[in-house]
Design a protein around this ligand. Sequence first.
Ligand SMILES: [Zn+2]
Length: 223
Amino acid sequence: MSDKDKLLRIYLKARGKATGIESYADAQDYALSLGGIIADALEGTGLELSDIPEDELVAMLRPVLKQAQGDALNAARLAQQAQNRASKLRLGVLEAEIDGAAAEAVAGQIAGRAISKEYLARAVNDRLQHIVDETQRKNIKARDDMGLGVHIVRKYSSLGLRSGTKYAEPCQWCLDRCGDWDNYQEAYEAGCFERHEGCCCQIDYDVGSTHTVSKDKWNWYNK
Ligand SMILES: [Zn+2]
């Protein structure tokens, strides 16, 4: 079996299915669990990463990253469907576009370098988290554009705290972007949807119950 097949196989066995996803926070947590699984899978192949030429690394990473991006998108879709149920809106889900060059980008970050497993996991996670974020942002914007009231919340969560280390330094850059907004544009301009590498803030939103929107309007909006 080739290394890339081996890698994909280990990943598929180790990754949990995206079940019980009721919010974007759940989808973000799920996406952030996948990078560590890929890093473990790479270690499981027994290869020394810093010895693998960049083009070979790209070829190895392509199938597994494609799968993980699909898994992250699936989790985001489930989060948005749960949001639709909670807000009693029979609307579809707008989805993030998958970055076809993710393998190249990650390989470029790690090729020829002695990197830690954590660094690799984070490089992957940043890309997976972006898929969840973009799916969420697009759906918030659509609801706001259609006149539904949105309430957006960004809560601080440091990577250290999420990975169980209690004494991580608070990140001022993130704290400056945390808060809550009743308007997409204001949240956008306040940097609510921006992240730095390894950022683990939780972003979530809900829709006000005072407005309704028809499926026709949704279809028209998405033309
Ligand atoms: Zn931060």
